[in-house]
Write a protein that binds this ligand. Structure first.
Ligand SMILES: Cc1cc2nc3c(=O)[nH]c(=O)nc-3n(C[C@H](O)[C@H](O)[C@H](O)COP(=O)(O)O)c2cc1C
Length: 351
């Protein structure tokens, strides 16, 4: 479940309830109760009613934008003023976005409730953070415990993506030692998945880049609107029935003009990629032609995946081409780490 889906789930579960704003953590900040009065899926807006006030209807796209911002930035300020080198300001970003996308002024009353919903649904948490200048500010941040999906994924071989999804993008470390950077992300790792194991691998690659000091974002392919901010785009897909997933081909096709001007790497994940002999490599290269025919690829990673017996069609579960003994988690985290490192060297001449 991604951040936006978590919020939808929270909204649906709590519609009609009086909700206490978690902003009370910040003391002075106006934090009364409010109620979710309407969720209009068709027109994509929700209505909330703060206690003792009129109803506030606002577009769901604003929440989605805010979630994306929190997940990609890691830390977002709730103050109205931006601090030099400090985190981006939620209200300011939403204002800019509303103006750019919808040619509308933002009703700033929505902002605290959007932040509340992000916190209440468990996507992130409120907290005080210090700017590099030492000023204490109110912020919303991806939870500390959720910040290291790579380690979790490596240990937790069940690879249950649902548990990892709430990680959001880890705030990448910055090379110059500053606490924050406003630069656009340099590396995008985007993936398609059916059962989560490719997502875990994407996170592992993303963390490898962040740990090396790069700005890296990890996103499900359906959630990528624009590839322009990135110097390198890493695309990941599992193989199902000798095919890459269709959403990856659509993505390559849709963004081909911009991808053409960027470095693009690909990783594929498959049951058959445990032993990579020449024949296997050739076969895999054929499978990925659907993508390589559209975009030039600088490097291809071929990784063994995870096959859960319960994901196999009944026929195969009973001993078809896969057979029980073929099921298992064959992801080799060391190999994935090595590939990430080599890719960095190749593209950025850096460890
Ligand atoms: C129904 C089914 C069909 C599959 N077909 C292939 C295949 O043709 N070739 C292959 O190498 N792996 C195949 N696999 C293995 C998957 O690629 C592997 O489980 C992968 O890790 C799944 O990625 P995901 O968890 O991100 O969806 C198949 C798995 C299932 C369940």
């Amino acid at each position: 479940m991604n951040g936006t889906e978590k919020i939808i789930e929270y909204l649906e579960k709590n519609k009609g309830e009086m909700i206490s704003s978690p902003r009370s953590l910040f003391g002075g900040m106006d934090a009364g109760e409010f109620e979710i009065t309407d969720i209009n899926r068709e027109k994509e807006y929700i209505t909330i009613k703060p206690e003792g006030s009129i109803e506030l209807p606002f577009e769901f796209s604003l929440i989605k934008k805010a979630v994306d911002l929190v997940l990609s930035e890691g830390v977002v300020s709730l103050e109205s003023e931006e601090d030099t080198n400090g985190p981006v300001v939620l209200e300011k970003k939403l204002k800019e976005w509303q103006l750019e996308e919808n040619q509308q002024m933002l009703n700033t009353k929505f902002v605290p409730y959007i932040a509340d919903l992000i916190v209440l649904s468990g996507v992130a948490a409120y907290g005080w953070v210090k700017t590099p200048e030492g000023k204490k500010i109110r912020a919303i941040a991806v939870k500390e415990a959720q910040k290291n999906p790579q380690k979790k994924a490596a240990k937790d071989t069940s690879g249950d993506w649902d548990r990892l999804a709430k990680n959001g993008a880890q705030r990448p470390k910055v090379k110059n030692g500053g606490a924050y950077t406003k630069e656009k992300a340099e590396v995008l790792i985007t993936y398609a998945t059916r059962h989560g194991s490719t997502a875990d691998i994407a996170w592992s690659i993303g963390n490898s880049f962040s740990d090396a000091g790069f700005k890296a974002e990890v996103k499900k392919i359906q959630n990528v609107d624009d590839v322009r901010p990135y110097k390198l785009v890493v695309i990941g897909t599992p193989i199902y029935d000798n095919n890459v997933l269709p959403e990856v081909v659509s993505f390559a096709d849709l963004h081909r003009d911009w991808l053409d001007k960027r470095k693009v790497a690909l990783f594929v994940v498959g049951r058959t990629l445990r032993n990579k002999d020449d024949e296997k490599i050739l076969q895999t290269e054929k499978i990925i032609q659907k993508i390589t025919n559209i975009v030039d690829i600088v490097d291809i990673g071929m990784f063994a995946g995870k096959v859960a017996p319960e994901n196999l069609p009944v026929k195969e579960r009973l001993g078809g081409i896969f057979g029980e003994k073929q099921a298992g988690d064959f992801r080799d985290w060391r190999e994935i780490g090595e590939w990430s490192k080599d890719l960095r060297k190749k593209i950025f001449f850096s460890d």
